[in-house]
Design a protein around this ligand. Structure first.
Ligand code: SF4
Length: 106
């Protein structure tokens, strides 16, 4: 068969695409956004993108609040809520965005 189709012997068939769960894909998108210098919740530029020495995180910010529900809790940013929702979850160790307000200034 490959005699009839020159070049086919060198052709590598495509590898099967690994199926990732929605949670794993979301984590990957968030990581990519941080690497591009944007915050995954507010989509604002990261402070550390403006100043590489800036070590502020969402955990230090006055806009972070704790949502309790059932037996669990999540961290939210009051500036990332949209259309009456609480907005996406925020991880306290994420680098702070340019809207950061130190807790003591609140
Ligand atoms: S740094 Fe503050 S304003 Fe920015 S996303 Fe985190 S909690 Fe929200």
């Amino acid at each position: 068969m490959t005699d009839m189709l020159p070049g086919l012997a060198e052709f590598e068939p495509p590898q099967p695409v690994e199926k990732l769960s929605p949670g794993v894909r979301l984590t990957g998108r968030r990581r990519d956004e941080i690497e591009r210098g944007r915050h995954p919740a507010t989509h604002q530029v990261l402070r550390r993108a403006l100043d590489p020495d800036d070590e502020a995180t969402c955990g230090d910010c006055a806009h972070l609040w704790r949502k309790n529900a059932g037996n669990g809790h999540w961290w939210k940013c009051d500036l990332a809520s949209t259309r009456g929702t609480d907005g996406p979850d925020v991880v306290k160790r994420w680098p702070a965005c340019k809207l950061f307000t130190p807790k003591e200034d609140a």
